[in-house]
Design a binder for this molecule. Structure first.
Ligand code: ADQ
Length: 469
């Protein structure tokens, strides 16, 4: 189950609707698992007020959950994206706490739980994805105590001092504890969750276990809270980047940029968590001080459109585009732009070509669950070249220690890292990239889904009432 289904509805010129698999990594990871198990995917179709009967697509049963315009406003844009998202990303932006948002979040979570309860066979495994559905595990357990329930949180889980702001903190904790396994990106996230459980419920914890006492007719249970760092389809990405036409496209991109000595790249959803303004500030200052020149360096910034109906995202877009315009106006020349700014989506082939064309990838997130862009860049670089500048506030930095790690709030530190990356000798670049590639190859996305599902399956043995499977 996930908020969004793994398929997009496309309507052609004649008005005929069809379905297309969405390109995300989660779909790639779970597709083989779903096919092998004859599984169903429960989620929203991506358009409001669309009631669609379940159907089969590419070997996966699709169970649409309808959402109205007002569900989207209150449950999705409100509670999910304007309360939980900023709160879980360390209150970089002020979360809104509105009771009507919360109430609708609970209503929609129940709708998802009921949809899953209705289609799950006896003893089935249900894997719930992400922060939009945190109440689903407990609701589902109540409806269907026979199910094996997993939950994975794709975004960070904050420290208790922050989490405790949430007026509905106890309900969220209880919701998640309905799962047999609660998965997080980082060890620190799992620790924050366990601490919140101790503080709010007083249940005993011994990493990775949480002992939930029996209540009424509910038996005592043992929940596992653990890190399962997500990854990408490494082989798929390598294959893409190895294609001659993709490599030719990478050369073309550099050529079109005026063949600068250094191409730097940023790829982010246009989101305040990604630290795009910090990156622009550092780059602008380097140009202003003459430490960099547009004759030698170009920054390509892909800012993917995101949450455009939310006011704070509209403001951020204005701020970023104003800054880009200023930097280009102040330092660009007729033949050399300081920043090539792109506000749209690209096919995967084009993304791979961009990674190949980039000498430096800049990831300056202020907080990020994992950051798959960093892993994609590394997977694409079979030539063992390219420098990754990576924020220590990303989940990816736990694994990718051979990157140039930065604190994005420290603008001078970011500037020094950029200069260091540009000047880094080939043998140092190779050494670092080799080490990064080794780490990424060790943990690809099928390893992630397999290890989560194995832990979930094994957890059944530790449960009391339905133990032994
Ligand atoms: P996101 O915040 O969306 O994901 P990220 O992990 O970087 O961030 O994934 C973005 C994905 O979108 C990448 O696969 C990237 O290639 C793709 N993408 C970005 N811009 C694109 C564009 N313009 N065109 C085409 N593709 C584009 C959330 C969490 C992360 C966590 C993931 C997975 O916020 O921390 O890593 O989920 O769990």
């Amino acid at each position: 189950m996930s908020n969004r289904l793994p398929v997009d509805r496309v309507v052609d010129d004649s008005g005929e609707a069809s379905w297309r698999q969405s390109p995300g990594g989660l779909v790639t990871a779970l597709e083989p698992v779903m096919r092998a198990s004859g599984g169903a995917w429960v989620g929203w179709v991506g358009q409001p007020d669309l009631e669609i009967e379940p159907f089969d697509e590419n070997g996966i049963r699709i169970i649409p959950v309808p959402l109205s315009d007002s569900d989207l406003e209150l449950y999705y844009e409100g509670f999910s994206n304007d309360t939980l998202w900023p709160l879980y990303h360390d209150v970089i932006a002020q979360p809104g706490y509105h009771r009507v948002w919360w109430e609708r979040y609970a209503v929609v979570n129940r709708r998802f739980a009921e949809a899953a309860a209705a289609v799950s066979e006896p003893g089935a495994t249900v894997w719930v994805q992400d922060y939009q559905l945190q109440l689903v595990p407990a609701m589902l357990r109540e409806l269907r105590p026979d199910l094996l329930i997993g939950f994975f949180n794709h975004i960070p889980f904050p420290a208790y001092g922050i989490f405790s702001q949430l007026p509905w903190r106890t309900q969220i904790i209880e919701g998640l504890l309905g799962a047999d396994v609660v998965g997080f990106q980082r060890v620190a996230d799992a620790g924050n969750f366990s601490r919140a459980v101790r503080r709010l419920r007083g249940y005993p914890t011994r990493t990775p276990y949480i002992e939930v006492p029996g209540m009424g007719d509910q038996p005592a249970r043992r929940v596992i809270a653990k890190a399962f760092p997500i990854s990408i389809d490494v082989a798929g990405f390598e294959e893409l980047a190895a294609r001659p036409e993709v490599q030719e496209r990478a050369r073309q991109i550099r050529h079109d940029l005026g063949d600068p000595a250094t191409v730097m790249l940023g790829v982010d959803r246009l989101d305040y968590t990604k630290g795009i303004t910090h990156r622009l500030k550092a780059y602008g200052e380097l140009l202003a001080e003459g430490r960099l020149s547009v004759e030698d360096v170009t920054l390509v910034q892909i800012a993917t459109p995101s949450r455009e109906r939310v006011e704070s995202y509209r403001q951020l877009r204005d701020e970023i585009e104003l800054t880009v315009g200023r930097i280009n106006g102040d330092y660009g020349t007729i033949s050399h732009q300081a920043i090539s700014y792109l506000h749209h989506g690209f096919p995967r082939e084009e993304m791979a070509a961009m990674y190949l064309a980039a000498d430096v990838l800049l990831v300056t997130a202020l907080r990020d669950g994992m950051n798959l862009v960093a892993k994609e860049y590394v997977a694409a670089r079979a030539d063992e070249d390219g420098v990754l500048i990576l924020s220590e506030f990303t989940g990816a930095s736990d694994e990718l220690r051979a990157a140039l790690l930065i604190n994005p709030h420290d603008i001078d530190g970011v500037k020094d890292a950029i200069v260091r990356a540009i000047e880094m000798p080939r043998h140092d670049r190779r050494k670092r990239m080799r080490s990064l590639r080794k780490r990424v190859a060790e943990n690809d996305v099928s390893h992630w889904s397999n290890s989560f599902l194995t832990t979930l399956r094994e957890s059944r043995g530790t449960q009391t009432p339905f133990g032994g499977g």
